[in-house]
Design a protein around this ligand. Structure first.
Ligand code: P6P
Length: 324
C-alpha cells in the first residue's frame, strides 16, 4: 500500500518540532505521555463490552453526573501517564474534585487540565467519544497548589484532543501549529496524517442541541434560526467529535446559555479552553457568546461556560446576533 502519510511517528514529530526548544523544554514529553495514555484508553474503548468496561461505577462525580466505568478508567490512565512523564506538576480533571499534585521540582514545569473521557452518554452505544487536554506552563516561583490551575485559557502553551471514532485520531496544537495524528492499530503508534490543520473558510455545518431551542433567549434563538438557513445540522453529542468534524470540514459548534443552564453546560477549564486554543491556532474562534473564551478569568476548577466554537466569521456573526 502506498504510504500516503508521513511515517513520522508522533514522538519523532514532537522531538523535531519541540525537542530543541528551551522555552518549551519537556512539553514534547507531556504530549507524548497523553499519546501513550490514548493508546491505553483506545484499547478499552475498542473492547468495550468485551472488556467489561461499560456501564456505571454507581458513583456520581463532582458534576453530579453518574460516573461511567470508562470515565474512571480513562482518568486513572491519564493521571498515571502524566504523573510518570516527570514533567507535570499538577493535574485538574473533570472526574476528580481536587487537583492531583504530581511533582514539585522545577522539572515538573507544566499544568494539565483534562476531560479524560468526553461524551460519556455515547460510550455504551458505540458512538465517537474523546479526551481533551489543556496545557499551561507552571510559574516556577509559585508554590504548587490548587490555585496553580486557575489560569486563563490565553496562557495555555498547548492543547490536545483525541477522538475514539471510526479511527482514533489525536490533534496537538502549539503556538501557530495544529497537527493531526492517526493511530495505527497494528503498531499502537500515532503517525502524522493531517499536517498544519487550518479550519476551512467554507462552513457547511452547524452543531447544536436543537432540543434546547425553546430554552434560548430571543437573540440566541435568532442566531440558531439563521444557521438553519444555509447550514446542515450535524450533532453527535460528543463535543470533541463535533469539533473535530467542524475543524477539518468547516463548521460551528454552539452550546449557548439557556434558561435551564444560565452558566452554560460545558466546562471552561478542560473543554472550552483547550478546544478554543486549538480553534484559534487553526484560524478559528471561541466565544462565550459575549467574550473570547480564553480571556475568561477562572474562579473555580469545574466552572461551566456557554461555548460558540469554530469558523471565525460565523462565530463572530453568532456573537453579534446574541449580543444585539
Ligand atoms: P447534550 C457530553 O456529555 C458533553 O459534555 C459534550 O461532549 C457534548 O457536546 C454535550 O455534553 C452534549 O450535551 O445536552 O446535548 O446532551
Amino acid at each position: 500500500m502506498r504510504e500516503n502519510y508521513d511515517r513520522n511517528s508522533i514522538s519523532e514529530f514532537l522531538n523535531a518540532s519541540l525537542g530543541k526548544s528551551s522555552r518549551y523544554s519537556g512539553l514534547a514529553h507531556v504530549i507524548q505521555s497523553i499519546a501513550q495514555g490514548a493508546v491505553r484508553v483506545n484499547e478499552q474503548v475498542q473492547q468495550a463490552a468485551l472488556a467489561d468496561v461499560l456501564g456505571t461505577t454507581g458513583d456520581t462525580n463532582v458534576q453530579g453526573e453518574i460516573v461511567q466505568r470508562l470515565d474512571a478508567a480513562s482518568s486513572d490512565i491519564f493521571v498515571d501517564e502524566l504523573s510518570n512523564s516527570g514533567k507535570v506538576a499538577v493535574i485538574g480533571c473533570e472526574e476528580i474534585e481536587d487537583p492531583v499534585v504530581a511533582g514539585r521540582s522545577d522539572d515538573h514545569a507544566y499544568i494539565v487540565l483534562m476531560d479524560p473521557l468526553d461524551g460519556s452518554s455515547n460510550i455504551d452505544v458505540a458512538v465517537s467519544i474523546g479526551s481533551i487536554f489543556g496545557i499551561w506552563k507552571r510559574d516556577l516561583d509559585e508554590e504548587v497548589s490548587a490555585d496553580s490551575l486557575l489560569k486563563p485559557g490565553n496562557e495555555q502553551v498547548a492543547a490536545v484532543y483525541v477522538v475514539y471514532g471510526s479511527s482514533t485520531v489525536m490533534v496537538a496544537a502549539t503556538e501557530n501549529s495544529v497537527q493531526g495524528f492517526t493511530l495505527d492499530p497494528a503498531t499502537g503508534q500515532f503517525f502524522l496524517t493531517n499536517r498544519d490543520i487550518v479550519i476551512p473558510e467554507e462552513c457547511p455545518y452547524y452543531s447544536t442541541n436543537e432540543g434546547n431551542f425553546e430554552e434560548l433567549d430571543v437573540n440566541t434563538r435568532q442566531a440558531v434560526s439563521d444557521l438553519r438557513n444555509g447550514y446542515s445540522l450535524r450533532y453527535v453529542g460528543s463535543l470533541v467529535a463535533d469539533f473535530h468534524r467542524n475543524l477539518l470540514k468547516g463548521g460551528i459548534f454552539l452550546y449557548p446559555a439557556d434558561t435551564k443552564r444560565p452558566e452554560g453546560r460545558l466546562r471552561l477549564m478542560y473543554e472550552a479552553n483547550p478546544l478554543g486554543f486549538v480553534a484559534e491556532q487553526a484560524g478559528g474562534a471561541a466565544s462565550t457568546g459575549y467574550v473570547r473564551i480564553m480571556d475568561v478569568m477562572p474562579e473555580q476548577l469545574h466552572q461551566r461556560t456557554p461555548l460558540i466554537l469554530g469558523n471565525k466569521d460565523v462565530v463572530n456573526k453568532v456573537v453579534q446576533t446574541i449580543g444585539s
